[in-house]
Design a protein around this ligand. Structure first.
Ligand code: NAP
Length: 503
């Protein structure tokens, strides 16, 4: 579904929200509920959904059970299975948006080009692809996994066949009878590979690092279950709560002593033993680092697909791409018709950061360049008054639902609106000290986690090896810490006249 570009931009709004995925949509609904109705959501795409609108690659589905991967305030009675496929999640978000009554304040096809804090007037000056406006507050809900990262491989631009990133899958692409190569073996690739194997003539899967893969405990709900979830009062909530605590029980495997991850690693090894007969393939797919260091993947059909006659797992490094083939370090040249690039997203250098300029005209990218990507409570940044993040630095998860984290940050942001309105404060920013203390604590906690000590490189870490993406504690700790806006950590944002925000 594509929504009309609709209506001009107003000259000014109180709150300007970037992005209409789970974050932007949920925030719009909760701001509206709180009586903060003067907001606008700018979305560069043509519909709500964010990552679930963009990632239409074959096999795309959620790795977190649907009962938990949905808004707590908008339960879906219609999930067809325990782990939802992408089209079902996208339909869910469209339905929530349509029933919310807030879509009149969404502007689709509107890309944010630049946002500058005007210290004199205490407003954000915003330039979009459809015109300019000002706002008192900006909330970036632009997503952490939204801008594709393309590999820097010699000659890749010279490839003459069809080529696309996993997150930009062309609706009209037909792989039937073609020789296809997939670069990368992350969460996207391992869903794509089994989904396209039946229709292609030949499939080469290029692996740089083997992922740990565990069984996918996915199944369709029976008619009885669906009826019960729909009609038995409290059942769906109890189910969701059960899944939530089951997921939280996994946290020690990531942040605790090594022994806590043994059961998961044993399960993953057993999965390989059961699904891969060929000793050579077994060796290739067995990782040499601790489970959890990279995102743990779940699939029942990835390994069996790699074992098929017309599918090859290539582990020799790629040295170059020619107009018709991929060449590996051993000198082998493999001809391909279609090149699928499943190499992930920009994660440690938020692309929106280039477009945001705070006090003194400093861009967020420059600021992050100096101190690393960091924020206070993953939500606000010193030097950038009245800028809030939904899914900001160090709010990602390796074990549970991002929607839970998103709802925590929404509550924090809505409460900040309430406090500012009640106290008459025009602008807030966290103190440098509060931000430093928050990040020192985070990085101290990171040291013993599997992400830092597990022996792998991953998209969780920046170029200095700092984990700037994940939350290293339970999600209920984050919920508690963001339950209320905390004025003591903030000052009114006058550069030369810093004032305490009244509590
Ligand atoms: P990803 O996890 O970053 O995986 C990228 C893959 O490409 C890795 O195997 C990486 O190898 C490889 N790669 C990158 N650059 C390369 C190069 N120059 N040459 C060869 N290989 C290269 O990306 P993703 O699979 O799109 O997943 C990203 C995240 O999105 C996931 O971690 C997850 O959070 C989310 N996601 C979730 C789902 C789901 O819920 N089912 C599905 C898709 C994505 P290395 O490992 O060696 O770096």
């Amino acid at each position: 579904m594509s929504r009309q570009r609709s209506r001009d931009l107003p000259a000014h709004v109180h709150t300007f929200v970037v992005g209409a995925g789970f974050g932007g949509l949920g925030l719009a609904i909760k701001l509206d509920e709180a009586g903060e109705r003067d907001f606008l959501v700018a979305e560069r795409g043509s519909d709500v959904g964010g990552t679930w609108r963009d990632n239409t690659d074959p096999g795309a589905a959620c790795d977190v059970p649907s009962q938990l991967y949905s808004f707590s305030f908008a339960p879906n009675k219609d999930w067809s299975r325990s782990f939802s496929p992408q089209p079902e999640i996208q339909r869910y978000l469209q339905r929530v948006a349509e029933e919310s009554g807030v879509l009149d304040r969404f502007r689709f096809g509107t890309e944010v080009e630049e946002m500058r804090w005007d210290e004199h007037d205490q407003v954000w000056r915003i330039r979009t692809s459809r015109g300019e406006l000002t706002s008192d507050v900006v909330v970036s809900a632009a997503g952490a996994l939204s801008d594709p990262k393309l590999p820097d491989i010699d000659g890749i631009d010279s490839f003459a066949g069809e080529t696309f990133h996993s997150a930009r899958w062309p609706a009209d692409s037909d792989l039937t009878g073609k020789r296809v190569a997939v670069i990368g073996t992350g969460a996207s690739s391992i869903q794509i590979v089994p989904a396209i194997a039946d229709r292609v003539a030949h499939l080469d899967v290029y692996q740089r690092t083997a992922p740990w893969v565990t069984p996918r405990r996915d199944r369709a709900y029976s008619t009885l279950e669906r009826l019960a979830l729909r009609h038995v009062p409290g059942l769906q909530r109890a189910y969701r709560t059960g899944i939530y605590w089951g997921r939280e029980a996994l946290v020690p495997g990531f942040v605790g002593p090594r022994a806590f991850s043994y059961p998961a690693q044993r399960m993953a090894r057993e999965h390989i033993r059961k699904q891969v007969d060929d000793p050579e393939l077994r060796e290739k797919v067995t990782p040499d680092y601790r489970i959890g260091c990279k995102r743990i993947l779940i699939s029942n059909d990835y390994y069996p697909t790699l074992g098929r006659d017309h599918v090859d797992l290539v582990t020799d490094p790629i040295t170059k791409v020619t107009p018709s083939a991929i060449v590996t370090a051993d000198g082998t040249e493999r001809e391909v018709d279609v090149l699928v690039v499943a190499t992930g997203f920009h994660t440690t250098d938020l692309p929106i950061a280039e477009r945001v300029h705070g006090r003194g005209g400093v861009s967020l990218a420059e600021h992050f360049g100096e101190v690393g990507m960091q924020a206070y409570k993953g939500s606000t940044v010193h030097g950038f008054p009245n800028l809030f993040f939904i899914v900001g630095p160090n709010t990602g998860l390796g074990h549970s639902s991002m929607v839970f984290m998103i709802e925590s940050q929404i509550a924090y942001t809505v409460d900040a609106h309430r406090r500012m309105r009640e106290s008459g404060v025009a602008a807030v920013e966290p103190t440098a000290e509060a931000q430093r203390a928050w990040n020192d604590d985070l990085q101290r906690r990171m040291r013993q986690t599997v992400w830092s000590a597990g022996g792998c490189a991953s998209w969780y870490l920046d170029e200095h090896g700092r984990n700037v993406t994940l939350w290293p504690r339970t999600t209920f700790a984050f919920r508690r810490l963001t339950a209320q806006f905390d004025p003591a950590a903030y000052v009114a944002a006058h550069a030369d006249d810093e004032q305490e925000v009244p509590a």
